[in-house]
Every structure is written in structure tokens, then in C-alpha cells.
Design a protein around this ligand. Structure first.
Ligand code: ATP
Ligand code: MG
Ligand code: FE
Length: 338
């Protein structure tokens, strides 16, 4: 079964063809990073327009790279929620048109659940029960998984998402957008023990996250309490910045690992699954691996290339729905939340 998937939830225009949910035939991702970089973040209307301009050639390239004809496609998949509605709507419209034109079923998937799927594309041996941690630009969710498609939300952020915290702290440190990779790079030469930023646990039994406090702590640190808002960052040495970045990263990683382990203990999990843009972070990957090794838990992390937005994860998850005959119809709409 060949599934052609489209992903336009944020600022990546992506298309992919995956056979039987596992065999990746093509994966095309047109990033808008350069377009949004000068605004320091994604501007929805500009993102939407860029999707419209790129979607056709991205789908064409996905077919060409896979060396497939449109007639060889068995279903068209789309992530229709959650995300920026003006962006999602471009992909939803394209997917509906394609499905209609080809006379093939349409499959709608949840973008955040698809992030989880990217961790099990290459290794699907999920020993159950499993705990999934999805850390992305808009979400920090902990799920209990009774199967790849059966997820029960156990915890989420009450304010900023983990990726959002990386992006905002990068902005404070005047590092380029997107913030996650910039912070990771900057932190490489830093001392993670230089500063002790707060680790907000929201009570010892809570599985929810809060990352706005740590962002504010970094802001105060960089503005100097008595500087009346004037940033010290332009006069900081590279080492000072690196120490802040490394200390911030260590605090976020510590909280993410601790909460995941708390959830794991609660359901006696045998596998931990991790995906989403922040899962590309090496410090997080290493810390999670070390903790899982210590506790004899199996850890499945999305390969770095599938951590941030892509359409492979959408096609792969759509295959699970295909097998169950869970199809969408032409009334499908884009939705901001899920
Ligand atoms: P969502 O999936 O919640 O709708 P999104 O699609 O915008 O949000 P992703 O594409 O999954 O998010 O991930 C992007 C986020 O991941 C950004 O916040 C980015 O800073 C962060 N990120 C990417 N690479 C890294 C990294 N190496 N370290 C930390 N964070 C990273
Ligand atoms: Mg993006
Ligand atoms: Fe995403």
C-alpha cells in the first residue's frame, strides 16, 4: 500500500510516499526557515502563502523521487490538526483535491501523534505498556500508549512548550531562529553547571510541565535585575552565552527526563518513545538513554531527520488507519487544536 502524505501544519511544506507504513520511498521537506528568520518566528500569513507557492512542486518531487506515477498511489494522507489553521488549510485542500482526482481514499491524522510515529518507523518493537514523550514547538506531552494509535494523554505543558522555551531563550541570547539548534550549538562549549536555573516540577506527583519560569529566569539573568530592561547580551563574551545556553538546556533536559521516568514508573512501562523537534537535541537524547539504560527500559527515539516536521511520519501513521479503514471524507477541515 503506497500512501502519499502531505504536511503543512506550520512552516514546513512536506510530502512523502511510504509503502506499508515503513518503507520510505521519498521525503521532501521545503523549509521556510529563511523566510521567517528575520521576524524571529513564524508569521502565519507568510507561511500560508509560501505553502501555496510550494505545495505543487513538493508533491511532484515526492512522486518523482519515488519514481512513481500518481496511479500507483493507494491513499492520500494529511495532517489536518493541530497547527496554524491558515497553513493547515493549504495542505488539507491539496490532499482533498488529490484524493478526489485519483479516486483514492483520504486519511486524516493528528500531527502530534504523527511525531510519535516517527520514533517507530525504523523499529516498531513497542513492548507495552509504553510511555511517549512528544516535545515540539507547540507541545510537551506525555502519553500512555497501549498501541501506536491508542494514546492517553497523561501530562502536558501548562504554559510554554519545550521547543517554545528553546526558541524564546535563543531570542533573549540573540541567537538565530529556530532556537533549538542554535542553543544546542552554543551550549557545546558551555558549562552546564555555571548557572542554576529553576526546574519547575509543579509538585512531585505532577506529570505536567511549565517552562515559562525558566525562560523568565534567563531573561532576568540577561537583563541584570537593576538594568531596567536593557540587555547585557550584546556585551557578553561567547563563553558567557555558552554557559547560559548550556545551563538552560541542562535544566530543561532534567525536567523532561524526570517527568518521563515518573510516568514510566506509574504505568510500569517497558518502552519509552520520544519524538518531536526537541527530541533532536543531543543532550536530551543522551540523558534519556542513560536513564533508560539504568532502569532497563527500551528507548525508541525518532531519527534526527524525522524529529522536526516531515510527511514520512504522516504517511506512516496513516497506514495504521488505512488498515482499519478509518478514512476521512470531503468535509474534512483544518483545526487549530486537537
Ligand atoms: P508542533 O509539532 O507542536 O505543532 P512544530 O511542528 O512547530 O510544533 P517541530 O517541528 O516538531 O514543532 O519542532 C520544532 C521545534 O523544535 C522548535 O521549537 C525548535 O526550536 C525545536 N528544536 C529543533 N531542533 C532542536 C534541537 N536540536 N534542540 C532543541 N530544540 C530543537
Ligand atoms: Mg517548523
Ligand atoms: Fe511538529
Amino acid at each position: 500500500v503506497n500512501i502519499l502524505a502531505i504536511e503543512t501544519s506550520c512552516d514546513e511544506t512536506a510530502a512523502s510516499i511510504v509503502t506499508n507504513g515503513r518503507l520510505v520511498r521519498s521525503s521532501v521537506v521545503a523549509s521556510q526557515v529563511e523566510i521567517h528568520q528575520r521576524y524571529g518566528g513564524v508569521v502565519p500569513e507568510i507561511a500560508s502563502r509560501a505553502h501555496i507557492e510550494k505545495i505543487y512542486q513538493v508533491v511532484e518531487k515526492a512522486l518523482a523521487d519515488a519514481e512513481m506515477k500518481p496511479s500507483e498511489i493507494d491513499a492520500v494522507a494529511i495532517a489536518n490538526q493541530p497547527g496554524l489553521v491558515v497553513s493547515l488549510i493549504v495542505g488539507v485542500t491539496a490532499a482533498k483535491s488529490l484524493a478526489f482526482m485519483l479516486g483514492k481514499p483520504l486519511i486524516a491524522v493528528n500531527h502530534v501523534h504523527a511525531h510519535l510515529q516517527s520514533a517507530i518507523i525504523e523499529d516498531s518493537q513497542l513492548e507495552l505498556p509504553a510511555i511517549a514523550l512528544i516535545v515540539s514547538g507547540g507541545h510537551s506531552n506525555i502519553y500512555r500508549c497501549s498501541s501506536a494509535v491508542n494514546l492517553e494523554l497523561m501530562g502536558r505543558t501548562i504554559d510554554d512548550a519545550a521547543g517554545e522555551a528553546f526558541d524564546k531563550v535563543a531570542q533573549i541570547l540573540e541567537l538565530p531562529y529556530p532556537g533549538g539548534p542554535s542553543i544546542e550549538k552554543c551550549a557545546q562549549n558551555g558549562n552546564s553547571k555555571a548557572h542554576r536555573f529553576p526546574r519547575s516540577m509543579l509538585g512531585k506527583d505532577s506529570l505536567d510541565f511549565s517552562f515559562s519560569g525558566i525562560k523568565t529566569a534567563v531573561l532576568y539573568h540577561c537583563n541584570g535585575q537593576d538594568m531596567k530592561g536593557q540587555s547585557l547580551v550584546p556585551n557578553m563574551s561567547g563563553q558567557e552565552k555558552a554557559d547560559i545556553a548550556a545551563s538552560f538546556q541542562a535544566a530543561v533536559v532534567e525536567v523532561l527526563v524526570k517527568k518521563t521516568m515518573l510516568a514510566s514508573k506509574r504505568v510500569s512501562a517497558r518502552t519509552i518513545v520520544m519524538g518531536g523537534g526537541v527530541a533532536a537535541n543531543t543532550a536530551l537524547r543522551e540523558a534519556m538513554q542513560a536513564e533508560c539504560d539504568r532502569r532497563h527500559l527500551k528507548l525508541l527515539i525518532a531519527p534526527k531527520k524525522y524529529c522536526t516536521d516531515n510527511a514520512v511520519m504522516v504517511a506512516s501513521l496513516a497506514y495504521e488507519k488505512y488498515k482499519e479503514g478509518l478514512f476521512a471524507d470531503m468535509t474534512l477541515e483544518a483545526k487549530a487544536s486537537s
